[in-house]
Structures are given as C-alpha cells and as structure tokens.
Ligand binder design. Structure first.
Ligand code: NAD
Ligand code: UDX
Length: 463
C-alpha cells in the first residue's frame, strides 16, 4: 500500500517537528497537522518564522521548505482525518490529576477522544499510528473503540513512538539512532508496517528501522525514557557524596563514562531532570508495574523520581543555608527557566520547584530566560497552587536583560545550561550585585576558577 495523504492529530512539540520532517522528505505525500488549539495552528501558519509556537534550532528552515507545498496546519480535524490514508495520533498523554491512578497513570482521555473521532468520520480504510507515548496495551483499547464504533471500516494500528529530544529535535529526526515500528503480526499488519517503513526510508537507512510486535514497541518507549532518567538520577545520587568527600562529580562522571560499556552520554550532574517526558513516563511505568502486582519493580523505578525530587530540594536548601539561613526579602536571580537549553518548553523544569521553595522562604526571584515568556513562568508557578496568583506575581519577577536580572541580587542560580551564560561579562555582574556575591551553578557550566578570581562565592552541584 502506498500512502499519499497523512493526517497528524496534535500539533505540539512532537507532531509539529515530526510531520515537518516527514513532509520535507516526502514531497509526494500531503501531510496535514491538525489541532483543536486555534492559536497554536495560527502560530504554525505565521508568516514570520520566529513566531512558530515551538522553538527548535533548524525547525524554521524545514517548515519554510515544506509549508503550503505538501505540509499544512489546520483546525479542520474531521476533514483531515477523512481524507487521510494514515493518521498519526500525537496528542498529549499527561499524568492523571484525578480519580484512579491520580498522580501516576497516564491520562488517556485525549487518545480515546481521537480514536472515537477517527471511528466517527472515517469512510475509507486507514492505518492509525500511535506517535504519543502510551502505556503498553493501549493499542488494544484503540482497536476496540475503532472496531466497535466504526462503520465496518478496516483499521490497522501501529506503534511508532518518537525518540526525539527537545532542543535537538530536528537533528534527531533527520538522523535518528533508530525508528521503531510495532504492528500486528498478520498479513494486513505486516503490510501496514511496510507502508510506514517506506515513508521513513525516504531518508533513514534501512538498518536503522526496527520492526517489532505492538507490545514491544509500546513498552520500549516508556522504558527507554526510564533508562535515560535512571542515569541522570544515578549520577545525581553521587553529587552529595562528592560534596562531602571532596571528590568532583565531573571527574567521577568522566572516569565512569570512559568505560565503553557505560559511555559518557547522560552523565551530566544537574539540579535534576525536567521535561514533559521523564517523570510522567516513569510514573506511568511504576503504575503499570503496580497494576500487575509487581511491587519490587514499581519501587525500583519509583526511586528514580524520589532521587530527582530530592536533588531539586537539596539545591534550594543549599541556597538558603549558604545565605546565612535566611533569604526573606533577598533578591535571587535565576538564569534560565526552560527545562534544558535550546527549547522554550518549561514542563516539569527544575526551576519551577526551586523557585517555589525559595518563595516559600520569602525571597524575591528575578528570572531571565532567552526563550521563555514571563506569562509562561507565572503559569508554571501558579500550577503548583502553593499560594495566590497575586503573591506569585509579587515574588516572581522577570527581566529580558540578564544584567538587570542580576542587579542588586544576593545570589545567582543557574537553572538551565543556555550557552550564552558562559559568555557574559561576569566581572560586570559581580560589580552590580550585593556582597558577598554568590553563584549556585545547578548545571555546572561556568568556569569556577574565573568566578572565584573575580570574587564570587561559587558553588556547583557535586563539586
Ligand atoms: P503537546 O502538549 O506539545 O501537544 C499535544 C497537542 O495535541 C496539543 O497542541 C493539543 O491541543 C492537541 N490535542 C489534544 N487532544 C486533541 C484532539 N482531540 N484533537 C486535536 N488536537 C488535540 O505534547 P507533545 O510534547 O507534543 O507530546 C505528545 C506526545 O508525544 C506525548 O504522548 C508525549 O509523551 C510524547 N513525546 C513527547 C516528546 C517531547 O519531547 N515532548 C518526545 C517523545 C514523545
Ligand atoms: C527525553 C528523551 O531524551 C527523548 O528520547 C524522549 O523522546 C523524550 O524525553 P527531553 O525530555 O526532550 O527528551 O530531553 P533530554 O535531553 O532527555 O533531557 C531531560 C532532562 O534531563 C533535562 O532536564 C536535562 O537537562 C536533564 N539531563 C539530561 C541531565 O540533567 N543530565 C544529563 O546528562 C542529561
């Protein structure tokens, strides 16, 4: 089967970039990305490419090439589904905030809505592709909805989880370590898998495309994230031990990572991992393990999250203690709010939790981030529900110039590893701060010797 028309439901961090690259590499296929969020679609269609809703290096060029050629962004969900041979589901699957599994299980209501909508509007056979990260066995639910509410139409369901990381999404999509496609091991299933393989073959070498059964594919995505997050929590679990013994976590990570069986990647100690995926996916894995009665398995993976929460708290506690046990009325400058560099995404960013804990001690936080809006920062803090929105507004202020953010501050905390922070005039920053001037480097990116020579009291996590 040759696919000529694709619809992708969900124009977010995954749907947008993924479909832009599929369209760029397959000019013969018409790709329409739909979303219920009108302002998001408007932004995707904005003439000024700086206004795209998602910041990713290199994304503007891909969108510029394919948009309105064979890549379209629209709010007309039904029409796009009906016209498509292949429908990707790329909607959000956040942690449940209510009912059974609250705070752990994945909330699949958006997935179910998509399945129902596809069943309702389809008039021809379709391949449905799970792009969202889902608990293992979700394809069964989707299949049941499609077959019981559809009009006798044939649906094949594939799992094709996305491994891109934000900040490097375009690179990751153009040169993926692997593309994973799971499907039913029947004649129709294998044909559907091949149809999707053919789309990726336009630019991905055959040996990088893995095909599996549905359940292996669904489970591999959740667990791949769990493995990555586990490495960050493992190195972070050594930071405190380094601090009390005089070891340097960077040197330790380097020594550990030189063992080729372990390797150097994902061993950078930090104030804690953030992002929309790690925490939610591990919590979901814990929930799945629990629901199969696998208590030890659940406890094992839960510890990765417990360590991460501890690391964020440890960082804010360190700031309070160092500033003579009181930060009430003091100004603390935050450099960075995004959960990592090169993205405007702030979901689960460590900065939110550290700010919340410092505001609890009555500090004023002044944030500079090159890509995150002031409104987004307020929303993030309000979402925690720790105090009134008015109090948050008074205690969390923002600056669009980093030097203004640091002026008169008692301390600076580095929460995101944006490259530009390394190139600031740190002497100038020292001169405009309160003394003694402290820097708490939650990402270990600054040159400690230079800062100490200037006169800063410098603390880097794990050193
Ligand atoms: P997102 O919140 O940025 O985007 C999801 C979009 O889906 C939103 O714009 C929302 O309006 C839209 N949507 C929800 N229900 C809809 C419906 N019924 N009809 C039309 N549109 C609808 O989320 P994201 O970061 O793109 O993540 C999507 C999925 O991909 C999640 O399952 C996530 O776990 C997974 N994933 C994310 C990343 C990442 O780095 N962000 C990486 C790999 C996988
Ligand atoms: C992650 C996975 O990497 C990706 O494959 C999956 O598809 C989605 O989830 P993402 O959340 O975008 O991607 O970013 P990632 O680069 O994995 O970083 C996650 C968090 O871990 C960030 O807060 C990052 O700063 C932190 N991290 C990462 C560290 O603290 N140390 C490291 O060595 C690596």
């Amino acid at each position: 089967m040759k696919v000529t028309t694709i619809c992708c439901i969900g124009a977010g961090y995954v749907g947008g970039p993924t479909m832009a690259v599929i369209a760029q590499k397959n000019p013969q296929i018409k790709v329409t990305v739909v979303d219920v969020n009108e302002s998001r679609i408007e932004a995707w269609n904005h003439e000024d490419l700086d206004q795209l809703p998602i910041y990713e290096p290199g994304l503007d060029a891909v969108v510029a090439e394919a948009r309105n050629r064979n890549l379209f962004f629209s709010t007309e969900v039904d029409a796009a589904i009906e016209a498509a041979d292949m429908v990707f589901i790329s909607v959000n699957t956040p942690t449940k905030t209510y009912g059974k599994g609250k705070g752990m299980a994945a909330d699949l209501k958006y997935i179910e809505l998509c399945a129902r909508q596809i069943a309702k509007v389809s008039t021809s056979d379709k391949i449905i592709v799970e792009k969202s990260t889902l608990p293992v066995k979700t394809a069964q639910t989707i299949k049941s909805i499609l077959h019981n509410t559809g009009n006798g139409i044939n649906f094949q369901i594939l799992s094709n989880p996305e491994f891109l990381a934000e900040g490097t999404a375009v690179q990751d999509l153009l040169m993926p370590d692997r593309v994973l496609i799971g499907g039913e091991q029947t004649k129709e299933g294998v044909e559907a898998i091949q149809a999707l393989v053919d789309i990726y073959l336009s630019w991905v070498p055959n040996e990088n495309i893995i095909t599996t059964n549905l359940w292996s594919s669904e489970l591999s995505k959740l667990t791949a994230n769990a493995f990555l997050a586990q490495r960050v929590s493992s190195i972070n679990a050594l930071t405190e031990l380094c601090e009390v013994t005089g070891a340097d976590v960077n040197e330790v990570a380097n020594a550990i990572g030189k063992d080729s069986r372990i390797g150097p990647k994902f061993l950078k100690a930090s104030v804690g991992f953030g992002g929309s995926c790690f925490q939610k996916d591990i919590l979901n894995l814990v929930y799945i393990a629990k629901s199969y009665g696998l208590k030890e398995v659940a406890d094992y993976w839960e510890q990765v999250i417990i360590m991460n929460d501890y690391q964020k708290r440890r960082f804010s506690t360190k700031i309070v203690k160092t500033l003579y046990n009181t930060i009430s009325g003091k100004k603390i400058a935050f450099l960075g709010w995004a959960f990592k560099k090169d993205t405007n995404d702030t979901r689960e960013s460590a900065a939110i939790y550290v700010a919340d804990q410092l505001i609890e001690e009555q500090a004023t936080i002044c944030v500079y981030d090159p890509k995150v809006t002031a409104q987004q920062m307020q929303n993030d803090l309000n979402y925690l529900n720790s105090r009134t929105e008015e109090d948050n507004q008074n205690q969390l202020i923002t600056e669009d110039n980093p030097y203004n953010a640091c002026k008169d501050a008692h301390a600076i905390a580095i929460l995101t590893e944006w490259d530009e922070f390394k190139f600031y005039d740190w002497q100038k920053i020292y001169d405009i701060m309160q003394k003694p001037a402290f820097v708490f480097d939650g990402r270990g990116i600054l040159n400690s010797e230079t800062l100490k020579t200037i006169g800063f009291q410098y603390y880097a996590i794990g050193r």
